[in-house]
Design a protein around this ligand. Structure first.
Ligand SMILES: [Zn+2]
Length: 234
């Protein structure tokens, strides 16, 4: 049985109860988890299982492995999980902000997101092809802050590849066609009326949780690529 990924349906779940399905000493696998495993540019969650520190979480095939500071007793069958909420929530804001910045740059400058790395204090997005002027950066920030002001709902749901390819606008078709063929049901993150993107990360439910965009710097990362570093001010 694959682990139920609680964070896909409820990214605000900070605590949960679960059964241990595998105990390897170094790591455990559970029947359900709210811990986000490192992936897609978003770092691992940390926290506790009972009173034992979870140092990092990794997905291997269907298994979500919770690596522990000290092993869980072999007789322990049930655990209470607690996520380190402050850094995780900061990453939810940063990750949703990434979607919004990527959407604005795609729509207004036709540049795609070639990569991204989310951290709780400072995140980055690589755009290609884009060489923004100061004026363009100002316009991106302005539009971002307007979307935040408008308090736009952010929804996540699963849909079939066929359906999403039918509905999606041409600019975003590439994002979805890059999802590996074995994925039948694609998870869509939708900023209502603004953007749709395939993503398995954790996001906030409304743009009004993001705060103000602060562009820290931009730098060239090769011929056509620009790296934009940003943070958020509440
Ligand atoms: Zn995402």
């Amino acid at each position: 049985m694959a682990t139920e990924l609680i964070y896909l349906n409820d990214s605000y779940a900070r605590e949960f109860d679960a059964r241990v399905t595998k105990n390897m000493g170094e790591y455990v696998v559970l029947d359900r988890t709210a811990f986000y495993p490192k992936g897609g540019g978003q770092p691992t969650d940390t926290g506790f299982l009972n009173d034992i520190r979870v140092t990092h979480v990794q997905k291997k095939g269907d298994e979500v492995r919770h690596f522990l500071e000290t092993p869980l007793s072999g007789s322990t069958k049930e655990v209470h999980g607690v996520i380190d909420w402050e850094p995780r929530y900061a990453r939810m804001r940063m990750h949703t902000a990434q979607h919004l910045v990527s959407a604005i740059v795609l729509d207004d400058y036709k540049a795609t997101t070639a990569g991204n790395q989310i951290h709780e204090d400072r995140s980055r997005i690589d755009f290609k092809p884009w060489r923004p002027s100061q004026e363009e950066l100002k316009l991106v920030k302005q539009k971002f802050d307007e979307y935040v002001e408008k308090a736009i709902p952010v929804k996540t749901y699963f849909t079939t590849r066929e359906r999403v390819m039918e509905e999606i606008d041409p600019l975003r078709r590439n994002l979805f066609s890059r999802v590996p063929a074995f994925v039948k049901d694609i998870r869509v993150v939708e900023i209502e009326g603004v953007d749709k993107c395939p993503c398995a990360g954790t996001h906030v439910k409304n743009t009004n949780e993001l705060g103000e965009l602060v562009v820290i710097e931009t730098k060239s990362k090769g011929a056509e690529t620009t790296r934009l570093e940003y943070t958020l001010k509440k």
